[in-house]
Design a protein around this ligand. Sequence first.
Ligand SMILES: NC(=O)c1ccc[n+]([C@@H]2O[C@H](COP(=O)([O-])OP(=O)(O)OC[C@H]3O[C@@H](n4cnc5c(N)ncnc54)[C@H](OP(=O)(O)O)[C@@H]3O)[C@@H](O)[C@H]2O)c1
Length: 276
Amino acid sequence: MSVDRRRPVALVTGASSGIGASYATRLGQDGYDLVLVARRRDRLDDLAERLGSNGSTVEVLACDLTDPTGLAKIEARASQGDIEFLVNNAGFAGYRPFAELDPKIAEDLIRLHVLAVTRLTRAALPTMVQGGSGAIVNVASLLSLSGSLPANPLPYRATYAGAKAFIVTFTQALSGEVPASGVRLQALLPGVVATEFHDTLNVDRSRMASMAMGPDEVVTASLAALEHGELICVPGLEDPALIEQLTGAQRAVMQAGNRPQLAARYKAPSPSAKSS
Ligand SMILES: NC(=O)c1ccc[n+]([C@@H]2O[C@H](COP(=O)([O-])OP(=O)(O)OC[C@H]3O[C@@H](n4cnc5c(N)ncnc54)[C@H](OP(=O)(O)O)[C@@H]3O)[C@@H](O)[C@H]2O)c1
């Protein structure tokens, strides 16, 4: 009887630093070959050398995922049929009051966090479903839940938080499409993590160290959550019942609000309309 000694392949976007580099390192230790994606080729080459010396075969694909040509290249690689673990992790903050945000940065935020996540998932998922196994981790953020909070003291984040909320809802709804397929999905919602993400934001690194989780711990939580079958992983959250309360409240609003009748408060003329 022949034994399949082929190593599984993982594709990690944003692998040149932070959470993505930690994810790639951990998956290499766990026996994966790797496809590493980010813009900084030198960083990817260094990581590839380290992972290669530990036994992984590593492909480096340096490209900008906000660029249609770059995304198409990674999409073609993701659709080759051998990716068994996809980590959609590449991201940046772009924090700024929305009225002052460069429209090109707003577009790039959506290209990276929404379009690239969607297209790479679409590219990798079919063979995972056919094969009855595989995992897709989409890195969102706790800020995906922050829409009801004011701008201060949190960062100005309308586009970033909106794009991350897309990732959460996309991943949740997709999990409802493939429940029995054997494919594991996860939206990962870290809080503040000590990475280069904050370097452009003038955040004091020493202050960061006291308030931030390390990227390796985020990856440990994500992998454990996949084992536990948790669709939404919040690495610092002690009480997972809060996630059920959150999703339960969303379902309750949907069920109570989806009626053919107008809610009573919208039927009565407003006092200002009466007086005018
Ligand atoms: N750090 C936090 O506090 C925090 C909290 C919650 C969620 N997150 C999320 O976690 C993910 C990873 O961030 P991190 O904290 O690890 O930050 P990081 O160290 O800055 O890593 C971001 C990665 O994304 C890559 N990237 C950025 N723009 C890209 C583009 N246009 N095309 C291809 N790759 C691109 C970067 O590589 P190149 O520059 O080489 O392209 C880098 O590898 C992001 O999605 C972020 O939104 C971070």
